[in-house]
Design a protein. Structure first.
Ligand code: WT7
Length: 661
């Protein structure tokens, strides 16, 4: 049975253990349901109370939700706050200030601890350095950093002075970085000379140099470089400065700048259905509320917890559950620089044992690769380590197949720990559909139920509700505090992408297909319904990869990209390519396929490399010239073609396209 089929018949239910229920903040389903009812009966009152209880305001808000310009919703908008103060200053004078904020484990295993007090001083000093570089409230700053304490310090320091950060994942190419610097109108880039991953020293600053050399970065004045390793890198006089240079003489005290609740805390680029990535803009007040609240609700974080989210700060998960949430909650968290498979695939388990991690949050793709490793090498099986510190496990980024869920439950959680399969998106800011560890009975492969106040539903194209058991489109019918505010510089695209007119223009369309179970009404995400792929939990636009391929103008005439299911990476990229020369076969085809893979890595980043590349004399098209993507998806999967192909000009190309290289 395939993973997809087995999830359809999934009927195993795992109620939370009694002890977990007793200890939890939201204790039992009745408590969860009571919160949902409160939110339904007095939507604004509910959120106003949460915002007062969970956020420190420098100026209290009087308006909770302003819908007058929907879908450009505003939350708490006459209130003022500072995000960094809500993560750091808030703990001063409480027992948290001397607790460890960050346990940093470097690639080579070196461990450093930073207390809340120390982190506040480092953020303050860095914030002063940014100010000395002329960076001001509202300026955009690109952060292109490895997973380090310094990365989090850079984000917090921007927040402290009201600068809007835009973190670009360290695996993105110079071209991708160039586009983001330009789109954001960034005044500065914060980077490192190198990053350490799996024992290798990989360049970052050199990529920044390439990105700037591509031109168009007219707003950029400064590049700040963290010397992660002793290896020198190119430094442009006047433009580039090391951290040491700019930090020298700066005081550790920096008064946080109060900003309006709707002030953009950050922009994070993500893939959509066109070739151009979207700059998802988040607020300060509503976002911060969500980061704090979901740490409490979903992870039930307690003072003695050691939280570890394995996501990179380059993704939204690393924003909400590394850079902001754990600090706002006053938790101790592990930050890991390296990769799960180095020096061997036991690294995660070894680190859980070593740091006595209690709440562990990772992606299905990591779990699947570690299952595979443990199956081939018993030495890296989790049973070799003491994982008894764990009490809650989390999953994020893509649907988790029940097989991986069960393995995680048994071999990592010791059948003791609730698994929270958290569904959310860059756009939602934080969890929206997820089990609560002390309340929700879990079902493998299901993200279960919406958080209180999240009005999630499954509807048809017109926005009409569908009954349980019927597959449809996932929507959220009412706004929520941490929702995307706009697409940076493109409000029209924001409206068009997320609030379709056919549904009334106010319903948030997630872009995922979903179905609710007939018995419990539990949500199960069936995958994207737009041209977005999810490869190892990384979001990629098929159009983006297509544009990258056709930009190799000396070689490529036409390209179409689709996803196909993959046991390890969830989905895999499959590209169908027509060359400007006769269709290659054999060794020649392999050679060109590799050339194209490297080209895509250079244009976007290695994560976007097509796994499969197929060559044809043409692509299957309808009479009006539209590429028949459904047909391509079938070919990619290796399925028999059942669609009507009578309109195809040249049916023989289907055979060509079925050939792998
Ligand atoms: C897409 C969002 C959420 C942060 C990391 C990814 C998929 C995410 C789940 C889950 C099924 C999931 C969806 C979503 N997704 N979590 N628990 N179960 N699917 O953020 O890059 O914005 O991607 O990831 O397809 O739309 P993202």
């Amino acid at each position: 049975m395939s993973a997809i089929e087995s999830v359809l018949v999934e009927n195993r239910v795992f109620p939370p253990q009694e002890a977990a229920v007793k200890a939890a903040r939201i204790s039992g389903m009745a408590a969860y349901e009571a919160l949902c009812r409160q939110a339904e009966q007095d939507f604004q009152g509910f959120w106003a109370q949460q915002a007062r209880d969970n956020v420190v305001w420098t100026r209290p808000f009087s308006r909770t939700l302003d819908e007058s310009n929907a879908p450009f919703y505003k939350w708490f908008d006459d209130g003022e706050l500072n995000a960094s103060a809500n993560c750091l200053d808030k703990h001063v004078g409480t027992p948290v200030e001397n607790e460890t904020a960050i346990v940093f484990e470097a690639d080579d295993g070196t461990v450093t601890r930073v207390t809340y007090k120390e982190l506040l001083a480092r953020v303050g000093q860095f914030a002063n350095a940014l100010k000395a570089q002329g960076i001001r409230k509202g300026d955009r700053v690109i952060i292109y950093m490895p997973m380090t304490v310094e990365g989090v310090v850079a984000m917090q320091a921007c927040a402290r002075i009201g600068a809007t950060h835009s973190v670009v994942f360290g695996g993105f190419s110079a071209k991708a970085l160039n586009e983001r610097i330009i789109d954001a109108g960034a005044v500065a880039v914060i980077t490192a000379n190198f990053q350490m991953r799996g024992g290798k020293e990989l360049p970052l600053k050199a990529i920044v140099d390439d990105a700037i050399a591509m031109g168009g970065c007219t707003t950029l004045r400064t590049v700040l470089v963290y010397m992660r390793t002793p290896t020198a890198c190119n430094m442009a006089a006047g433009r580039d400065k090391t951290f040491d240079e700019v930090l020298k003489g700066q005081s550790a005290e920096c008064t946080p700048v109060s900003v309006g609740a709707e002030h953009p805390l950050f922009i994070l680029y993500t893939s959509g259905s066109t070739g151009k990535p979207k700059g998802v803009q988040h607020s300060t007040g509503g976002y911060l509320l969500w980061a704090k609240l979901t740490m409490d609700w979903t992870f039930d974080i307690q003072p003695k917890d050691v939280f570890w989210c394995t996501a990179d700060i380059g993704w939204i998960t690393g924003h909400t559950y590394v850079a902001y949430g754990p600090l706002a909650a006053g938790a101790t968290q592990v930050i890991f620089e390296g990769i799960p498979t180095w020096p061997d695939a036991g690294r995660f388990w070894q680190m859980i044992q070593k740091h006595k991690v209690t709440v562990f949050y990772t992606a299905p793709t990591a779990i699947r690769s570690l299952i595979k490793a443990a199956e081939t090498d018993a030495k890296v099986h989790p049973r070799n380590w003491d994982l008894s510190s764990l009490r809650i496990l989390g999953s994020v980024g893509e649907p988790i197949n029940p097989e991986a869920w069960m393995w995680y439950h048994k071999n990592v959680g010791g059948e003791r720990c609730p698994i929270v399969d958290t569904f959310w998106q860059t756009e939602t800011g934080g969890h929206v559909i997820t089990p609560l560890p002390g309340a929700t009975p879990t079902v493998p492969g299901s993200c279960t139920l919406p958080l209180p106040g999240i009005m999630a539903a499954i509807v048809d194209e017109t926005g009409k509700d569908l009954p349980n058991g019927a597959g449809g489109m996932l929507v959220i019918k009412r706004p929520w505090p941490s929702m995307i505010r706009t697409i940076w510089g493109d409000p029209e695209r924001f409206k068009k992408s997320y609030f379709p007119e056919e549904m009334g223009g106010r319903t948030y369309l997630a872009g995922d297909g979903a179905v609710r179970s007939s018995d419990r009404g539990y949500f199960r995400i069936t995958g994207r319904i737009d041209d977005v792929l999810n490869v190892s939990g990384h979001r990629l636009g098929t159009m983006e990869i297509e544009s990258a391929l056709v930009s190799k103008t000396d070689l490529v005439a036409e390209a179409a990209v689709v996803g196909r299911p993959d046991d390890l990476t969830g989905e895999a990229v499959c590209a169908f390519v027509v060359l400007k020369r006769p269709r290659p076969v054999g060794e020649e085809a392999k050679k060109i396929a590799n050339e194209l893979r490297n080209w895509v890595a250079k244009e976007i980043g290695p994560i976007a490399k097509p796994k499969d590349i197929r060559f044809g004399d043409n692509l299957p098209k309808t009479r009006s010239g539209k590429i028949m993507r459904r047909l391509l998806r079938s070919i990619a999967k290796g399925e028999a073609i059942t669609q009507d192909t009578s309109t195809l000009e040249n049916p023989a190309i289907l055979e060509q396209l079925a050939e792998k290289n």
